[in-house]
Design a protein around this ligand. Structure first.
Ligand SMILES: [Mg+2]
Length: 271
């Protein structure tokens, strides 16, 4: 199956990180998967742009990039994006100059404020954005719920229940906060990370390539493949991560990628 899909004509590449390029141990360090370094080097040598898109939102993309560099991936700092980047672009475009209530880490709060988001914890919020948080603040959640009841959109980086950890699922605290506000207001959260229109737009903008000409490579059907399909990109699912050993024909048509490969090393024959 994989041999039939060539990637020599695509204009750029978007890779998921965990389960695709690296597998993380209990210490949080990522072990590059077989072929990961060679694939990145080969794409760099071809002059085509690439982006690593992780759904993590606890620290900035620069910090994640430096960690992956230490783990051995030959990537540049500006080759990593997270839901924070697509959310920031979305908020600056749709809510420019209007107060936004943030549920994020302190580092992300500072980053988003630096980039021009009008951060507010008061009763005047006109949008609420939830990413990774360490603690629940019920007073803040109540203020957010009141803002959402008044019509402020409830936005979130990711609304999946959790992430694959070394000892099973790590439940998403961001999803817990989002769900709590959604429950009491009846609002439907809008995702700005994987998969979303906002993320598709950000990928195309950052790579300078229409998303129809991109290849999206990832291990998660409901995030990476759905994201790629949303943008009309070519999609490749790797079996090295969360989806495990899947056959193309067994995947529901709505989520079906263009190819399924064992791991990123198989891309070397397709580039
Ligand atoms: Mg993954």
């Amino acid at each position: 199956m994989a041999e039939r899909l060539g990637l020599d004509d695509v204009g750029g590449f978007v890779f998921d990180v965990d389960g695709t390029l690296v597998l993380r141990g209990p210490d949080g360090r990522g072990a590059p998967q077989p072929g990961a370094v060679e694939v990145i080097e080969r794409i760099h040598a071809s002059g085509r742009p690439l982006m690593l898109f992780t759904n993590g939102s606890h620290v900035g993309a620069g910090v994640i990039a430096r960690g992956l560099q230490e783990d051995g991936l030959p990537i540049a700092e500006d080759e990593v994006m997270t839901p924070i980047e697509s959310a920031t672009t979305y908020l600056l475009r749709r809510h420019a100059g209007r107060p936004v209530m943030l549920f994020t880490s302190q580092a992300i709060r500072e980053q988003m404020a630096r980039e021009g988001i009008q951060v507010s914890d008061a009763d005047d919020a006109e949008a609420v954005f939830v990413a990774h948080v360490d603690r629940a603040d019920f007073d803040a959640m109540e203020r957010a719920a009141r803002a959402v009841s008044r019509g402020a959109p409830l936005l979130t980086g990711s609304y999946v229940r959790g992430y694959a950890g070394a000892n099973g699922i790590i439940f998403s605290r961001g999803a817990m906060v989002t769900a709590a506000i959604a429950k009491v207001t009846g609002a439907r959260p809008r995702v700005l990370g994987k998969p979303s229109r906002a993320a598709v737009a950000e990928m195309g903008r950052r790579l300078g390539v229409p998303t129809e000409r991109l290849a999206m490579i990832g291990d998660d059907l409901s995030m990476d493949v759905v994201l790629g399909r949303m943008g009309g990109s070519r999609t490749v699912l790797v079996r090295s991560g969360i989806s495990g050993p899947l056959e193309l024909e067994s995947i529901p048509p709505r989520q079906r990628p263009d190819a399924v490969i064992d791991g990123v090393a198989d891309l070397l024959a397709m580039l």
